[in-house]
Ligand binder design. Structure first.
Ligand code: ATP
Length: 366
């Protein structure tokens, strides 16, 4: 017997951001709306909130306090990319909006799948892996301290950065990665650089190894980050779940996104035990912004991941169906040969979103 339908609409924040954000975020909400309808559950109540360049112009800051306060009261939210490197000072030098949000809400796990689509071009077909990136410390000095930053410049010609790895944070991310591996192909790879960064990434590797004793069904191996790039190029389909620190995870997931087809299809969510945020793995792509050519798949699939995360949190079978309908709608659209130019197709962002919504509707009718 299926579970009762969702009783209330979920309230999801909508932060479009910069560059291609105002194109791909509405494309994703369109797919979510179609998926909720196809699952026969109440639609999402969207809550648009200012963030990014437009917020600087309107509120004098890229991330107004009112946005942060509103996020706290929502079920979850979709974050578009931001182009903080292009903000005027003093905003450019400050912690960027997504870093601030991740820190404020303790979003410690950044889950970044890379899965090649059947029927689409991919550098390494058959890639189907997930990078689990620790999101709060490591070598990202702009977010690894409670106050101030882990970077300093004693003289104009000397720059110093700290990397921070703590047992508590590694245990937390290792458990998240092992739980995920257990629900997939029972294989986990620890990525580190313990031959050089012996104490910091050595601690990361060793704590992950310790935690592995609690998941005897999961096979574990580990590689240095540099060797890992080569193994992925040669044999990405053999890997399942990869767990790593903040900066390695950020870099590696651009690579795996591209190996699986395009950075434009690489989704991600950032989660704590209470809050969830969908955020494509790619940036704001200012080089193609405003031309209706951006690939919205990453943002769409990030939204599907967020629905799944919410479904687990609320034990909501309707949301789980909606997430599956969204994913399948995207996959069937690509398999039918409709895709954006980064994947070798001719569809624009809006036309692609329309096709996905049609595919979701026809899937529901089938
Ligand atoms: P960030 O530092 O914020 O991650 P970045 O400048 O490193 O950003 P991206 O903005 O992700 O990089 O862009 C890298 C390349 O990938 C660009 O050529 C961009 O056009 C392309 N790209 C990124 N996202 C998409 C997308 N959704 N669709 C098509 N191309 C994309």
């Amino acid at each position: 017997m299926s579970a009762p339908p969702t009783a209330r609409p979920y309230r999801l924040g909508l932060l479009e951001g910069d560059g291609i954000g105002p194109e791909i975020v509405p494309a994703a909400t369109r797919a979510v709306d179609a998926a909720m309808t196809s699952a026969g559950i109440p639609g999402v109540q969207w809550e648009p909130l200012p963030l990014g360049r437009a917020a600087i112009d309107e509120h004098g800051t890229p991330l107004p306090d009112s946005t942060l306060e509103a996020l706290d009261g929502l079920d979850a939210w979709l974050l578009g990319p931001h182009d903080s490197a292009a903000y005027p000072e003093p905003h450019r030098s400050r912690l960027n909006p997504s870093g601030t949000i991740r820190t404020r809400f303790g979003l410690y796990a950044n889950i970044r799948p890379a899965k090649a689509f059947e029927g689409a071009k991919a550098m390494v077909p058959g890639t189907d892996l997930v990078i689990v990136r620790e999101n709060t410390e490591g070598f990202y000095a702009d977010r690894n301290t409670h106050a101030g930053t882990g970077e300093l410049m004693p003289t104009p010609d000397v720059a110093i950065a700290h990397g921070i790895i703590t047992r508590a944070a590694v245990e937390r991310i290792a458990h998240a990665a092992f739980r995920l591996a257990r629900n997939r192909r029972n294989r986990l790879t620890i990525v580190h650089k313990a031959n050089v960064l012996r104490l910091t990434t050595g601690l990361f590797r060793d704590v992950c190894r310790e935690i592995s004793a609690q998941y005897p069904e999961v096979a574990v191996d580990d590689f240095h980050i540099d060797a890992m790039t080569v193994h992925l190029l040669r044999r990405a389909p053999e890997f399942d779940v990869l767990v790593t620190e903040n900066m390695f995870g950020d870099i590696l997931s651009d690579l795996t996104g591209e190996l699986a087809g395009s950075l434009g299809i690489a989704p991600s969510i950032n989660v704590s035990d209470r809050h969830g945020m969908a955020q494509a793995a790619h940036g704001s792509a200012p080089d193609i912004a405003g031309r209706d050519v951006a690939n919205p798949i990453a943002m769409m699939l990030s939204s599907a991941m967020l629905l799944d995360w919410l479904a687990d949190r609320h034990d909501d079978a309707g949301l789980r169906r909606a997430a599956a309908a969204l994913e399948s709608g995207v996959a069937r659209t690509v398999a039918a040969g409709t895709c954006t130019s980064d994947m070798g197709g001719a569809a624009g962002t809006t036309a692609f979103a329309e096709s996905v919504a049609d595919a979701i509707r026809s899937g529901a009718a089938a």
